[in-house]
Design a protein around this ligand. Structure first.
Ligand code: BG6
Length: 519
């Protein structure tokens, strides 16, 4: 085995990001404390931020700057102590945290009040005079209903105008819309204010090292590509299983459900990385165009077909990793008769030359047996003539699995001879674990995204057409499920999802990979 090398969030020769002001709308919210602050802290540890970097938190909560700093310091300490979330650290590196804390400013104001933006403009002008730059990133860590309003108010206050003194960029969190029509409307609304090159729509899956790695594996290695098509691949399974339930997000989840929450964004990122054509370059638009193209090629089922090719599930009581779980309908802020899905399985077809007749099965759910995100490529069976009528039995098809989380790596399953005088076949796995070769720094995934936005690289962000392609591909399922007949199948918490999802595969003579706690 080679010596482990350090895989940092940033390449070792990466320059610190240019000086800038990060304006966070929703500064007292969950995302800011749980993900943005840990990511900024990690960037500070890596010396990836400029000394003139500053954060201005904006929120309606009346509080002073010292109070804001104390609140975030306490929450960082709690994250370190509790562990188990996206942020892992043995201890808080006070030097790095104080570097960030000393750059935290706060502005009290309502998101729809023009006065908030007038005062923000004053602050930014003052900073421009002091630092000689006017670079600003506006990060919308707010509830989605504010996205359009904040951007319009920023525009009206002249804050989205770029000059030779500085860039103006806007980061928009998910969910971006709730269906195709609302996503198109939001795009139209914000594109009146800012150019596409100023808009950075986040999908945090793209900040994950291993998701980015799929493209490198496919296109930097010669042996995958010749096999990567309908001649050799039987089907693809994409899984994102979670052990958590909806936790404190009942209100959001009731209106959202598993399909909207995970599929047009995260699951389609995995699908696009797996199925896209090689881009002409790693340039942002080359990559994003190929991704949009492949999602646009996902077959739009008729309402009837959408029903036949989808399964909605909802978790019932059970136990996950030894912890008792209550049914979804007893979670806080969830209606006792809710039919919102916490699990979805879909069969998709991609109507292009490479993938014609190769089904892509995707499933995602909460409160399941294991936490596992993976992409499994099942190859076509080798001709079995040689082994017919012998004790060897028929060889199983080869399976290539990209493991995204929690343990990152790749495994290839193939047949080998079981030692002995008769020829018998046994299945073996050739296993590559990322951690055996690369010493990765703990990362929330947001480090790369924030850094890329500061340096102006939108490759890992969604263009308007990427977002719309995703919604357009799930729209047939949304339409079909909106019919009163669309029921939901209960599944036991801690299991593998509803039986109906097994039936979806079985009718094609296939089966999901087991979700056993192994690996
Ligand atoms: C979020 C969804 O976007 O992604 C959550 O809203 C989900 O419901 C989460 O749990 C999964 O992300 P990760 O990084 O934990 O796999």
């Amino acid at each position: 085995m080679s010596t482990p090398v350090s895989a940092r969030h940033l390449p070792d020769d990466a320059e610190p990001a240019p000086p800038s002001t990060l304006v966070v709308f929703g500064a007292s919210g969950d995302l800011t404390k749980r993900l943005l602050m840990p990511a900024l802290y990690n960037l500070a540890r890596e010396k990836a931020l400029d000394p003139a970097f500053e954060v201005i938190g904006v929120d309606h909560l009346e509080r002073g700057e010292d109070d804001f700093r104390a609140y975030l310091t306490t929450s960082m300490q709690a994250l370190v102590k509790e562990g188990g979330g996206e942020f892992e650290a043995a201890r808080l590196d006070l030097q790095a945290w104080n570097w960030i804390a000393g750059r935290l400013r706060y502005l009290t104001g309502d998101f729809d009040d023009p006065e908030t933006y007038r005062r923000l403009a004053e602050r930014l002008e003052k900073r421009a005079k002091e630092n000689g730059h006017a670079n600003a990133v506006f990060y919308l860590a707010t509830a989605p209903r504010f996205f359009g309003t904040v951007i319009e108010r920023l525009g009206a206050a002249g804050l989205t105008r770029e000059t030779e003194k500085g860039f103006r960029r806007i980061v928009i969190e998910k969910p971006f819309g709730t269906d195709l029509a609302s996503a198109e409307a939001l795009n139209r609304r914000i594109l009146k204010i800012a150019g596409e090159s100023q808009l950075y729509r986040i999908d945090h899956f793209l900040g994950k090292e291993t998701v980015q790695n799929i493209m490198v594996l496919r296109f930097a290695n010669g042996f995958f590509e010749p096999l990567w098509n309908r001649d050799h691949i039987d089907h693809v399974q994409i899984t994102a299983a979670e052990t958590v339930g909806v936790e404190h997000r009942g209100r959001f989840y009731e209106a959202t459900g598993a399909l909207r929450d995970m599929v047009p964004n995260h699951m389609f990122q995995l699908l696009a990385m797996t199925a896209m054509e090689a881009p002409n370059s790693f340039g942002a638009d080359a990559v994003r165009s190929e991704k949009a193209k492949v999602i646009e090629a996902v077959r739009r089922w008729s309402p009837e077909e959408a029903g036949e090719n989808s399964v909605r599930g909802q978790y019932d009581a059970g136990s996950v990793l030894g912890r008792p779980m209550r049914p979804y309908t007893q979670e806080p802020d969830v209606a006792p008769d809710s039919t919102t899905e916490t699990y979805v399985a879909l069969k998709l077809m991609i109507d292009n030359w490479r993938w014609a007749s190769v089904p892509f099965y995707i499933r995602t759910g909460k409160s399941m047996a294991v936490r596992r995100t993976e992409i499994a490529i099942q190859f076509k069976q080798a001709p079995s003539i040689l082994f017919r009528g012998t004790p060897a039995g028929l060889p199983d098809p080869n399976l290539l699995v990209f493991r995204i989380q929690p343990s990152e790596g790749i495994s290839l399953r193939f047949a080998a001879k079981v030692p002995g005088r008769t020829v018998r076949l046994g299945e073996v796995d050739m296993d590559f674990r990322y951690s055996d070769y690369f010493a990765a720094e703990p990362s929330t995934g947001y480090e790369t995204l924030i850094y890329d936005c500061l340096i102006g690289d939108p490759t890992l962000f969604q263009r308007a057409d990427n977002i719309e392609a995703g919604w357009s591909a799930v729209q047939p399922f949304l339409d079909c499920w909106a019919q009163p007949s669309g029921g939901v199948h209960l599944y036991k918490s801690g299991g593998s999802g509803p039986l109906a999802a097994d039936a979806l595969m079985k009718r094609d003579g296939r089966a999901w990979l087991p979700l056993s706690p192994a690996v």
